[in-house]
Design a protein around this ligand. Structure first.
Ligand code: IFM
Length: 460
């Protein structure tokens, strides 16, 4: 259907999203908490040349101590959902050595979210592993799947009732590619075999933990878990927790919109299809029937071109159209890619609801961030109008954070962190996003500005 029929932009209306659509933001433990001394990244950061400018995560945004303030700010921005990750290495810093103090910390964090009325999406593994797991071979080792299951069970028993959505693993293919093919992330390998084993073990881990969470939390079982936690008793009284009616488990999958660099080249098209299959579909099809929702982390649009003698590089290297705007870290801004990716996913998995578990931009230019937010959300609106069942959007990230090997300079946050003073400052683009969340849609006034190169922030 032509867009003009479905989206009457000329009618000066808000482009409304479905009722109950979730507007949220996301973070991950290692990137914001500070002092995650017991994980593999902490060790990795000590190596010369591993992180830009020799930076280390250190105290980061010290979210560990500022979480209440950060959640207050998220609330002021009208957000209704929050995605965060547990740091496994805090909970189990040594093999079988669970840390009760950290359990209490995360209970307080989750309680603080619930007390402010947020829907909670909790990720179990957002790239980092406890150092002891890494020393035993990390994801290449089949035993890690068992350790991960044990940790997941511990998490469900201690945090179950606070959680609305469980994400088992964040971006499994990024972990495989950067850690085992490119050697840029821990464990710093370039090994096809290692990549393959890691990929298989991540699929196993997801599947097992999916079933485990359902076994422990599906209605008929969960009273036992609630009892263990004492919800409704002393601890439960601190924040009233009403466990979700239905437990929902999925992954946060890095989805790439892929096209051929040379439109009429059959070889480029074949490469694009293969790359699309590997990036977007392989993991989901190997873990079929273990996704209550599809979590989509969307950042990349790739144009692929085959280069002679470089089979693998041809599958992953990106060719940009020089004229396109990019973020501060060179990622192309290509809003229509997100609607294309959503349409494609929904055609393949029509019955599974989708949450955008991450989408955001690294920039110090907040006009650009505002236009980014409006234009990507507008594309999501188009996808919904075309029938895609998208139920939520989590901007990455609530606050500035440690961007892995790129260190602290990429600024993704709705809220700026001054790393010297730890002061928080709400960026203008956050106000744009807050207006969208408040309206549950895109007010026409905001739409007028994108496309004219004028910042919506001027309007607000
Ligand atoms: O910061 C990361 C996050 O950890 C995973 N998804 C992509 C983000 C931006 O690179």
């Amino acid at each position: 259907m032509p867009r003009s029929q479905t989206h009457p932009l000329h009618r000066h209306e808000t482009l409304r999203f479905p009722k109950d659509f979730l507007w949220g933001a996301a973070t991950s433990s290692h990137q914001v908490e500070g002092w995650n001394e017991h994980n593999d990244w902490w060790e990795w950061e000590k190596r010369v040349g591993s992180i830009a400018r020799g930076e280390r995560s250190g105290r980061s945004a010290d979210h560990y101590h500022h979480y209440e303030h950060d959640f207050d700010l998220a609330k002021q921005l009208n957000l209704g959902a929050y995605r965060l990750s547990l740091e496994w290495s805090r909970l189990e810093p040594h093999k079988n050595g669970w840390d009760r103090h950290e359990v209490e910390h995360y209970q307080n964090v989750l309680c603080a979210l619930k007390a402010r009325g947020f829907k909670v999406m909790l990720t179990l593994m957002h790239f980092t592993l406890p150092q002891w797991v890494a020393e035993e071979g990390g994801w290449e080792n089949l035993a890690t799947v068992k350790y991960f299951e044990r940790y997941a069970e511990f998490a469900v028993k201690n945090f179950g009732p606070y959680v609305d959505f469980w994400v088992t693993v964040n971006e499994p293919l990024i972990a495989v590619t950067l850690g085992y093919l490119r050697g840029r992330w821990p464990p710093g390998k370039k090994s096809l075999l290692g990549a393959f084993q890691t990929f298989l073990n991540l699929t196993r881990a997801h599947k097992r933990v999916y079933h485990l969470i359902h076994q422990l939390l599906d209605k008929e079982k969960r009273s036992a878990v609630m009892k263990i936690m004492g919800v409704g008793g002393k601890r439960g009284a601190v924040c009233v927790v009403r466990p979700p009616r239905q437990v929902q488990v999925g992954v946060a999958h890095n989805i790439v919109s892929v096209s051929a660099y040379r439109k009429h080249s059959l070889v480029d098209s074949l490469f694009a299809r293969l790359s699309d299959f590997l990036w977007n579909h392989l993991f989901i099809s190997m873990t079929r029937r273990t996704h209550d929702f599809l979590g989509v982390n969307y950042y990349f649009h790739q144009r692929l071109k085959r280069e002679k003698g470089k089979f693998f590089r041809s599958l992953v290297d990106v060719y940009r159209e020089e004229t396109r705007e990019t973020s501060d870290i060179g990622w192309e801004i290509f809003p229509q890619g997100i609607s294309e990716a959503l349409l494609d996913l929904s055609a393949e998995y029509p019955k599974i609801p989708i949450y955008i578990t991450e989408n955001g931009i690294a920039t110090v230019n907040d006009d650009k961030r505002s236009r980014f937010i409006v234009s990507y959300i507008k594309e999501i609106y188009h996808a919904i109008q075309a029938g895609v069942d998208v139920r939520g959007y989590f901007y990455w990230s609530l606050i500035d954070n440690f961007e892995w090997e790129k260190g602290f300079s990429p600024r993704f946050g709705l809220i700026e962190i001054d790393y010297k003073t730890l002061r928080r400052r709400v960026r203008p683009a956050a106000r744009v996003y807050a207006a969208i969340a408040k309206e549950n849609g895109l007010p026409h006034e905001l739409l007028r500005f994108i496309g004219h190169g004028v910042a919506p922030t001027e309007f607000l």
